[in-house]
Ligand binder design. Structure first.
Ligand code: HEM
Length: 503
């Protein structure tokens, strides 16, 4: 078949499939939910073209309030695998079943509590490097002149450097404007690839996911669209650096001089596996891109949102500064800073970096419900029968505002984590710390270290554009400015030197 005919056949097959999907009846049809807004996109536009989470919990109209905690919505929602491959390679986020377990097992030793705690000095040093950069800039200004930094950009750069050093013993040079290629292509990568998509882009992305993987891989590898080009560029640079790093790590390990960064631990753990459980040489590259993806934009965006909240609340900022002043910077002290811990936890709840988890039932299954739901036909269900192939999108922003987090779950209130009752009701083990992220300890210590270092040196307050901040949905929750969304991730805050001592 020549390429044009092949393309026409594929397009017709895709259309028939889409038509079949859009009109097919399902046992899930009686679950309450909004009417479909578009034949091709269903309700996907409402989910992905608005501010992150808005459709679940905005006060004047919300899916959560109108339909409850389980909502049926229409979308093609094909397999997300190709999307995942393009972002993070065929690593832990792409593989299933046994391959997933193998990758988890090999990565786990790097994420245990003692190993993660060892990263504290390194995080503090990366945060100090950001502080120096900002200080130099502030010193160069006229006296009393306040400076507005794009916190989003700097948080992204600094957390990329922290990840590079902790995970790979590698300097991306993102904070210091060095000439590292990866340090240049990674910041803002997610927004450039996924931020503010048009309806056409969404339809194309959805349709791509119904084509055979090999064809999609071929199309993507040759596609010159701006968004795909961003991802390809990052993938190529990351793969080249990963290869260079792995060969260095293996040599060092063979000489018995392995370091304590995640990648060295991973190469070591893999070498210690029995040959059947070992990842092959090319597969050991896979975690690197997955780790950069999972461990940089997540903490970068969370840090930006945390500073945003502090800028809105001088009282909270002052109390945190006081707590930090009274403590040393050891790991024990960090653990003892209860308001700091509560603020980080509340930021993770209120601004969840990851917006959705997508899951597909591999076989007929039953989804138990924590509370009964009333179907449109009046039936009351305490569990949902999920036929094989059913797709579920878990909204983390919606989950994190459930009543289980308290009556004031719609407000940012770190103090609630200090109330013994709040934690006793089991909330501590929910949401932010749910058991799905390998890097959660890493993330908490990193966020604490950055907050301590930055608040020890600077004061944050709102800038003129701060009130126009939007929560952009770009796989992650990314801050942008109303009216300037096309300029990418932005969180402008005024930064000044912190008053010294009792000033
Ligand atoms: C604010 C920070 C973070 C948040 C909100 C977060 C959130 C998440 C979520 C929701 C998942 C589940 C994804 C899915 O199943 O589709 C996940 C998985 C994962 N995260 Fe994180 N993460 C954060 C930081 C980190 C860091 C710093 C690292 C590594 C340095 C990391 C490494 C991973 C890995 C390896 C997985 C895959 C685990 C598996 O599939 O078994 N994360 N994370």
């Amino acid at each position: 078949m020549d390429p044009p005919t092949y393309f026409i056949v594929i397009s017709i097959a895709a259309f028939i499939y889409v038509f079949y999907k859009a009109t097919k009846c399902s046992v899930l049809d009686d679950i309450p939910g909004p009417a479909s807004k578009s034949f091709l996109l269903g309700n996907l536009g409402e989910l992905l073209l608005n501010q992150a989470g808005l459709w679940y919990f905005q006060t004047d109209f919300s899916w959560q309030e109108t339909y409850g905690d389980v909502v049926k919505f229409k979308a093609l929602c094909g397999e997300r695998k190709e999307l995942t491959r393009m972002i993070s390679g065929k690593g832990i986020f792409w593989v299933d079943d046994n391959a997933h377990k193998r990758q988890q097992k090999v990565m786990l030793p790097g994420f245990r509590t003692p190993e993660t705690k060892n990263f504290l000095p390194l995080f503090l040093s990366c945060a100090a490097s950001l502080s120096r950069h900002w200080s130099d800039h502030l010193i160069s200004l006229e006296k009393d002149q306040l400076h507005v930094f794009n916190i989003s950009e700097w948080a992204s750069r600094a957390t990329l450097d922290a990840l590079g050093q902790a995970a790979f013993d590698y300097n991306f040079g993102a904070t210091g404007n060095h000439d590292n290629e990866l340090g240049q292509v990674y910041p803002n990568m997610i927004f450039n690839a996924f931020g503010s998509p048009s309806k056409t882009t969404l339809v194309m992305l959805e349709l791509l996911q119904f084509l055979p993987t090999s064809l999609v891989e071929f199309l993507n590898s040759n596609n010159l669209s701006r968004r795909v080009a961003v991802l390809l560029k990052v993938a190529n640079v990351a793969n080249a650096i990963a290869k260079e790093l792995i060969s260095k790590k293996s040599e060092v390990l063979l000489e018995g001089k392995g370091k304590k960064d995640l990648m060295s631990l991973l190469v070591k753990a893999n070498a210690g596996e029995n040959p059947r459980g070992q990842l092959s040489e090319d597969k050991i590259l896979l975690p690197m891109r997955a780790l950069i993806f999972a461990g940089h934009e997540t903490t970068g965006n969370t840090l930006a949102w945390l500073l945003y909240e502090l800028a809105q609340s001088p009282e909270l900022q002052g109390k945190l500064c006081a707590e930090i002043r009274e403590s040393e910077l050891s790991i024990e002290d960090l653990e003892g800073m209860s308001l700091l811990g509560a603020t980080v936890r509340e930021t993770l709840r209120f601004y969840p970096a990851v917006l959705h988890l997508f899951r597909t039932a591999k076989e007929d299954d039953v989804l138990p419900l924590s509370a009964p739901i009333i179907m449109t036909n009046g039936e009351i269900l305490t569990e949902i029968k999920m036929p094989k192939g059913s797709r579920v999108a878990l909204s983390i922003p919606a989950y994190n505002r459930l009543i289980i987090f308290g009556e004031d779950a719609h407000m940012f209130n770190p103090y609630c984590w200090l109330e013994p009752e709040h934690v006793k009701k089991g909330r501590a083990s929910l949401g932010p710390f749910a058991n799905i992220c390998l890097g959660w300890r890493f993330a908490i210590i990193e966020l604490q270290a950055f907050t301590v270092e930055l608040l020890s040196n600077f004061q944050f307050s709102a800038a003129p554009k701060t009130e126009r901040i939007r929560r952009e949905s770009a796989i992650f929750m990314v801050p942008t400015i109303e009216g300037e969304v096309e300029n990418g991730a932005q969180l402008p805050l005024r930064v000044a030197f912190a008053p010294k001592g009792d000033e």
